[in-house]
Design a protein around this ligand. Sequence first.
Ligand code: HEC
Ligand code: HEC
Ligand code: HEC
Ligand code: HEC
Length: 247
Amino acid sequence: MKKISFAVSMLALLVGLTVIANAAITTTKHNLSASSTNYTRSQATTSGGTSQVCVFCHTPHHALDQRFIWNHAASINTTWIWGTGSATGTSGGTVLPTNPANLPSFKCIACHDGSVAIGQVNEVFNESTGVVNSNYSIPMQGDVNASYQLTNTTYEVGVGGNMNGNHPIGIPYPGYSPYNGISTGGGVNISQFQASPTKVLLFGDPNGGIGKGIECGSCHAVHGSVNPLLLRDAITSSQLCLDCHIK
Ligand code: HEC
Ligand code: HEC
Ligand code: HEC
Ligand code: HEC
């Protein structure tokens, strides 16, 4: 009896943990489907829109990139600059990337720099017509212009390829270098970084190397989080920052 109730409470704990770790994407701003209640979403299926959720980013076939079976058209801004002061590195001397095309973060930017339509995908099954559309722009409503590109400046990041003012990304996490062909700068104090951060995500090297790096998805959980703004940890008392920085 005791064993059963223990098992039951353990199960409840596990289920509870699962719920805490993953808030469903359907409850987030990344639910861009016609059936979402978000302001920015697909137009009705009868107007050429879609009720699908994943298709804005992933497709099971004919993906543009095998990594994450990526369905969304890439940003037109294939060169990044980090500021008018021509910053080329962090204060510790780590070089900031100017060629982001192979970075996981580049996948976020296509929508967030407003350079491509939010629904510009390689493949989508159109539920209204029963036809598989290729190279298709899903008609959108909300914070979009006539070309269905994001217009809300609050949500824009990296407009025109200008990364000035953003936390460094596409570079190695100190202690896991090199990443993206970049080594940690000699001026970086490795002892000021958590050795194995847990709540945030370090990405494997897109070039297949041994390093690990920091990307948009290190701090944000694109599919959902219990924290505001899809953050991987609470911003209260700057917990998120302290997950990596020892300060
Ligand atoms: C707004 C874009 C977007 C939508 C919508 C989206 N994803 Fe993702 N997904 C990503 C990105 C970006 C990654 C790469 C990892 C990262 O950057 O965090 C990813 C990675 C993944 C991965 C591999 C890594 C992991 O987290 O397990 C799976 C599996 C996945 N997505 C499934 C789904 C499914 C299923 C749906 C629909 C219910 C979905 N995604 C909707 C953007 C999206
Ligand atoms: C398919 C297009 C698309 C992709 C790809 C995409 N986003 Fe978004 N994202 C949006 C839209 C649209 C919004 C809502 C903007 C609005 O309503 O004005 C949004 C909102 C957000 C928000 C605000 C969430 C909130 O609760 O207020 C964050 C944070 C975010 N995205 C981060 C990311 C990150 C990080 C990635 C990559 C891992 C990513 N996005 C990839 C389209 C996208
Ligand atoms: C080091 C952690 C970190 C990284 C890396 C990061 N973000 Fe954020 N992001 C935050 C925090 C914290 C907020 C909360 C608002 C703020 O402080 O600006 C935020 C807010 C946002 C918002 C909401 C609007 C806003 O400006 O407040 C969007 C959209 C967003 N991030 C997208 C991205 C994209 C796209 C990337 C990659 C290019 C990225 N973030 C990389 C921590 C991060
Ligand atoms: C996922 C780990 C991670 C998180 C979370 C994180 N950082 Fe960082 N941060 C880094 C890395 C890695 C660097 C670059 C180290 C280097 O110079 O090589 C960095 C660099 C910085 C720098 C120095 C920038 C420069 O040009 O020298 C500042 C300031 C900073 N972070 C502040 C923050 C703040 C504030 C937060 C919370 C909003 C935060 N970080 C969250 C990993 C993280």
